[in-house]
Design a binder for this molecule. Structure first.
Ligand SMILES: N[C@@H](CCC(=O)N[C@@H](CS)C(=O)NCC(=O)O)C(=O)O
Length: 323
């Protein structure tokens, strides 16, 4: 993968840390981890119109952020630029609306160069940018959704709580299962460079889906009766599964559509007000096959209709706390 070396963008083979001798894919930790806070004296205080997020509609990590932007009513508060669907050796490209000081079109790495002219590392979506200081606040989606989840509440008046204090142990427990087993598990299967590494990762994906199915057959949401962060972190991988990971990443023991509870749950989340507009299934499919098919050919199917009735209202559940 290409990346910046001392501020210069270079084509390079995958970083040695990403594919080990054992053929296993290991995701590199996000290096930029600052925080937006409600406190006006914070280093990055929450302010309407100050922050901007660079995303790709195809990326499951960036989609956590686009989902939260909708759920928390932040569309007019935090700006957004969406990359062109596929990534090439320039990295993600922004060819439509973007913001000063960036020219149109510009690659994502320009944002990292602006942040630090000597930056070394990858340029990944989502990237949360502070227009006022010209700095990147964070490029870690797990942190960004926590910030969007509460830091702007006094500005928007939206007090929906996706990480309620009393449910945190249960949410954290599911996040700790779903991140390695599913969110990153599909990537460890798809980017594996040995048969053994692929099989271990792909089998782990289905063990995780089986555990989720067992929970969701009895409970409306992962943490019980309330829809929380754990569900949205699961959602962005589940919604990509049948069109992308099942074929392009060879996670093909079963489809989500084959799981009665998981498929209804996926449809409920997809049908949540505003969420469907953040899911671009055709772009997602093309991007995953562009990553894995040497001719960049993507399949004509599967046919998916996520607008069908989900039937989850038969289980006890109360939506998002605070609604
Ligand atoms: N840990 C990061 C991962 C982000 C990430 O890997 N994004 C991918 C797209 S799905 C990317 O931008 N990759 C570009 C690259 O690896 O050069 C997060 O959750 O925010």
């Amino acid at each position: 993968m290409s990346q910046l070396y001392d501020g210069v963008w270079r084509d390079s083979p995958p970083a040695a840390e990403e594919i080990g001798n054992d053929g296993q894919f290991r995701r590199i930790d996000s290096p930029l981890r600052d925080w937006i806070e409600a406190d006006p004296d914070a280093k990055f205080p929450a302010e309407a119109g100050r922050y901007h997020v660079f995303i790709s509609w195809t990326c499951p990590w960036a989609s956590r952020v686009t989902a939260y932007r909708v759920l928390k009513g932040l569309e007019d508060v935090v700006g957004l630029s969406a990359a062109s669907p596929t990534i090439d050796n320039r990295g993600w490209m922004f060819e439509d609306e973007t913001i000063p000081p960036f020219e149109t079109p510009h690659p994502l790495y320009r944002v990292y160069q602006e942040h630090d002219p000597h930056y070394t590392g990858k340029a990944t979506v989502p990237t949360l940018w502070d227009k006022k200081t010209g700095r990147i606040v964070s490029n870690e989606s797990a942190d960004i959704i926590r910030m969007l989840g509460s830091a702007f509440d006094h500005i928007t008046g939206n007090t929906l709580d996706l990480y309620p204090e009393d449910l945190r142990p249960e949410i954290d427990r599911w996040n700790d299962i779903i991140y390695p087993g599913l969110n990153n598990g599909v990537y460890r299967a798809g980017f594996a460079a040995s048969q053994a590494a692929y099989e271990r990762a792909a089998r782990g994906v289905f063990e995780t889906l089986d555990a989720m199915e067992a929970q969701l057959a009895r409970h409306r949401y992962l943490a019980g009766e309330w829809l929380t962060e754990a569900d949205w972190r699961a959602f962005t991988t589940l919604v990509r599964f049948d069109v992308g990971y099942h074929g392009a990443f060879k996670c093909n023991l079963r489809r989500i559509d084959d799981y009665p509870a998981l498929s209804g749950y996926l449809r409920e989340l997809y049908q949540w007000p505003g969420i469907a507009a953040t899911v671009k299934l055709e772009e997602i499919k093309r991007n995953y096959y562009a990553l894995t098919d040497k001719h960049r050919i993507y399949p004509i199917g599967p046919k998916i209709d996520l607008s069908v009735r989900h039937g989850r209202d038969l289980l006890p559940g109360q939506g998002i706390r605070g609604s």
